[in-house]
Design a protein around this ligand. Structure first.
Ligand SMILES: [Zn+2]
Ligand SMILES: [Zn+2]
Length: 299
């Protein structure tokens, strides 16, 4: 199987419609093909989003007026004493209809929820540990989760708006006065991004800034017209180092990917899809690791 073959059957694969042998071919190909693993992750995410949109859509919701009517009807039937045996029978018949309707709606909601969850998981025949673990199984180290909140804040208040309390300083100045790792960080990040994305990657600005008391080496990039932040900060917890890039939470319409290297935590924050943000982190992680070790040798 080659990449073209895979791209033609990726949807059948996700729908678990392939023969067992073909499934095995797919898994063998995915084991050594990163491009197709990324394609699979993107397609899986897209399908989950589409399903989610249907479940959340207006026509899938219970009409609030209907809900109020049902509640009032139930209440009046219970509170009003039945005037006759026939009236009581009528009330019970009405109640039975309402209960059946409520159970039906609950079952429907449950079944759509379940199918949304299933869409995120790989097909049964797939050994998920070989390919991409379903969301939630990858454990993000606690300190990265904690720093990611500041990374989101910095992206919002520094890259997207200009609402920092302290003015940022240049990377050259930060390299002289704070940490040599700042020198040329923007250049190494941009080189890696241009190698992969060509002219779609444009440097907006690079500086050393502080938010919530945390200092970041901050490179702001326009990637295919989306504003993306690459943020580097010194790690306090040096034990959990060298984590590979992984999805690192989301904040409203933003997603983050993070990794740690040589005593630094690195974040990519963007309004792109999680899979795309992760792709950016994968693209720069090697160059960033080399940059950090280079700076340490020079220091
Ligand atoms: Zn491939
Ligand atoms: Zn900044």
């Amino acid at each position: 199987m080659n990449c073209r073959d895979f791209s033609e059957i990726v949807d059948s694969y996700l729908s678990n419609e392939l023969l067992v042998e073909t499934n095995h071919d797919v898994i063998r190909h995915l084991e050594h093909c990163r491009d197709c693993r990324e394609l699979l992750a993107e397609r899986r995410e897209l399908r989950a989003r589409l399903k989610g949109a249907v479940v959340r859509a207006d026509y899938s919701q219970i009409d609030p007026a209907f809900a109020v009517r049902v509640r009032d009807e139930l209440r009046s039937k219970f509170e009003r004493p039945a005037r006759s045996f026939a009236g009581m029978r009528l009330a019970f018949a009405g109640l039975a209809v309402v209960i059946i309707a409520v159970i039906g709606i609950a079952l429907y909601v449950l079944s759509t929820r379940k199918s949304t969850e299933q869409a995120v998981l790989p097909p049964e025949a797939t050994p998920s540990n070989v390919i991409i673990p379903p969301e939630g199984t990858q454990v993000v180290p606690a300190f990265l989760v904690e720093v990611s909140r500041d990374a989101f804040d910095d992206h919002k208040n520094c890259a997207l708006a200009h609402k920092l309390k302290e003015r940022p300083i240049s990377l050259e100045k930060a390299a002289r006065t704070v940490d040599a790792v700042n020198l040329g960080f923007d250049r190494d990040v941009m080189d890696a991004l241009r190698e992969r994305f060509g002219n779609d990657a444009k440097l907006i600005k690079a500086h050393y800034c502080v938010i919530n008391g945390r200092y970041f080496t901050h490179v702001v990039v326009a990637l295919a017209n989306r504003t993306t932040s690459v943020l580097l900060t010194k790690q306090t917890d040096a034990e959990r180092d060298s984590a590979d890039p992984m999805p690192c939470g989301s904040d409203t319409n933003l997603s983050a990917a993070c990794f740690s290297s040589g005593g630094y935590a690195v974040f990519v924050v963007s309004d792109s899809l999680e899979s795309e943000t992760l792709q950016v982190a994968n693209t720069i992680s090697g160059a960033v690791a080399r940059h950090i070790s280079k700076a340490k040798v020079a220091a």
